[in-house]
Ligand binder design. Structure first.
Ligand SMILES: Nc1ncnc2c1ncn2[C@@H]1O[C@H](COP(=O)(O)OP(=O)(O)OP(=O)(O)O)[C@@H](O)[C@H]1O
Ligand SMILES: [Mg+2]
Length: 214
């Protein structure tokens, strides 16, 4: 059975879809069988995965019916090593079901107060889902779109203080992520030696121990 990575935060626009797509492309290029479930009614990930040919080998499904989420994840799990679930950027029942079936929840955070506030709310959602399912659901935060080092350091201190488990990897504010969205591509394909690709690889490797259990 696959491991399930849910990318979620109730803060919109923090990079959930961008990071989900970039990680999918990285793990695919690393020989993993990757599947993607898009639970956002806006279906940005679905459009991304259908463009171009980068995601030809990634089975992608979409559903905005919250009651279909667990079944869809279980179905995809039979044919994948990692199932990545993209979620909508607001608190909703789909997100709670997705978190409930996650092996790991990744919370993208930007260096601003609203992102931190919503990440703290996500921690509570994950803790509630853990209590409900009687198992510990792991979660990590990743700083995305970073620019100024001083603001980044401040945000990282806050993440630590709030017990939000930041990874060491940080994702910079880089045009290649936006370019990739137009082409249905990824930093790995468009600029394999660029910093963005290295950042995604570093993030993927930090998440792997919680996902690839063999
Ligand atoms: N590291 C980055 N560098 C540059 N641009 C980025 C980066 N991450 C995300 N973006 C841009 O920020 C915007 C929001 O990103 P994205 O759509 O991935 O966020 P989201 O959390 O999925 O949003 P939503 O909550 O609407 O689903 C997009 O225009 C995307 O191209
Ligand atoms: Mg999105």
């Amino acid at each position: 059975m696959a491991s399930v990575l849910v990318v979620a935060t109730s803060k919109g626009g923090t990079g959930k879809t961008t990071i989900a797509a970039s990680l999918a492309a990285y793990w695919r290029s690393d020989g993993k069988r990757v599947a993607m479930l898009d639970t956002d009614p806006n279906q940005a990930a679905t459009r991304w995965f259908r463009k171009g040919s980068s995601y030809d080998n990634v089975e992608a499904q979409a559903t905005s019916d919250e009651h279909a989420i667990i079944g869809a994840v279980q179905d995809l799990s039979e044919r994948a090593d990692i199932v990545i679930v993209d979620t909508a950027g607001f608190g909703n029942q789909s997100m709670i079901y997705a978190v409930g079936i996650a092996d790991l929840v990744l919370i993208p955070v930007m260096a601003d107060e609203a992102s931190l506030f919503e990440a703290s709310k996500m921690k509570k959602v994950i803790q509630s889902a853990s209590a409900l399912t009687r198992r510990e659901i792991a979660f990590r935060t990743v700083l995305n779109r970073v620019k100024r080092a001083t603001v980044v350091r401040h945000t990282e201190r806050q993440l630590e203080a709030l017990g939000l488990n930041p990874v060491d990897a940080r994702i910079g504010d880089r045009a290649v992520f936006q370019e990739a969205s137009y082409h249905g591509s990824s930093p790995q394909e468009l600029a394999p030696k660029a910093t963005a690709s290295m950042e995604i690889r570093r993030l993927a490797r930090e998440l792997e121990p919680a996902l690839l259990k063999t």
